[in-house]
Design a binder for this molecule. Structure first.
Ligand code: SF4
Length: 277
């Protein structure tokens, strides 16, 4: 959307399945919103190439461009200031690379004359606790300018419906879902150990980059809670983690008939509201 209107509609895409399904739902069922909405991706520049590929593909399906917005300060710059890794306790990565960038972008819309901002969020009907979590963060501004909409939830979309929509439109899931349960930075500390191993095997350059950040941060800081990446990449550790994962996976084997079931089992952590989904 290039021209400013008093009402502004925005969907922040994460490169994950739910926000993608929401964009496709809007295009299909809410053409008047699709016409006005701006699809935006807040790009940390630390995403996997699979995410960028998926967004490029999505643009074709939406027949609209996705605006890429980069943070004012890069991860490297922030890291050189903090000198320690972001973590679940202090998620400076999300704050400065996503939330602040988002707020500034919204401010620019208000300054240029927007009186109402409709923010569309990809939370499903089977995630009421996430809606509550969002609402508790007081995203709604006191002046009433910001209005959040949960169309997936309103339309009764469960995880299976998201899967069906992505399959029937033909876009499918992002490639990284073959080995990782969420979108976000390649070094995201929400990753499970098995996902770090997949990163090591599929993107060894990125794994090494993450390892260098960790080494430079000093021995008190590790991406995983109880192990450094140097320890994790040792063949015996890799074998142990893989065996443990295999054991867990075979316990769920009976129920795992479809990709949807696999993802449901793997999708264990829903705490990063801005980056994932
Ligand atoms: S994806 Fe993970 S590492 Fe990246 S900004 Fe979000 S929480 Fe931080």
């Amino acid at each position: 959307m290039s021209k400013t209107t008093p009402e502004y509609h925005i969907l922040s895409l994460s490169g994950g399945k739910d926000s993608t399904a929401l964009a496709l739902l809007i295009k299909e069922k809410y053409p008047e919103i699709h016409e006005q909405i701006e699809y935006v991706f807040f790009d940390t520049e630390c995403e996997l190439e699979e995410t960028y590929d998926y967004l490029n593909k999505l643009e074709v399906f939406l027949e609209k461009p996705i605006k890429r917005i980069k943070p004012e300060k890069s991860f490297d710059y922030l890291y050189s200031m903090y000198k320690f890794l972001p973590s679940i306790r202090f998620r400076w990565c999300t704050i400065y690379m996503k939330t602040e960038t988002f707020k500034k972008y919204m401010d620019s819309k208000i300054k240029s004359g927007c009186s109402k901002i409709h923010l569309y969020i990809g939370i499903r009907a089977d995630e009421p606790e996430r809606i509550e979590n969002y609402q508790s963060k007081n995203l709604e501004s006191e002046d009433g300018i910001l209005n959040t909409r949960y169309l997936l939830a309103e339309e009764g979309f469960f995880e299976k419906d998201v899967y069906n929509l992505l399959e029937t439109t033909g876009i499918g899931y992002p490639k990284y879902y073959d080995w990782r349960s969420r979108s976000g930075c390649y070094f995201c500390f929400y990753q499970r150990k098995i996902e770090w191993i997949e990163l090591l095997e599929r993107h060894p350059d990125l794994f090494e980059k993450a390892l260098r950040y960790e080494k430079n941060a000093g021995k008190n800081f590790t991406w995983c809670q109880d192990m450094s990446l140097e320890e994790l990449k040792q063949p015996e550790t890799v074998a142990k983690i893989k065996a443990k994962h295999q054991e867990k996976a075979s316990k769920h084997k009976e129920e795992r008939q479809t990709l949807f079931d696999t993802l449901a089992v793997n999708d264990v952590d829903k705490t990063c509201l801005f980056c994932h989904k």
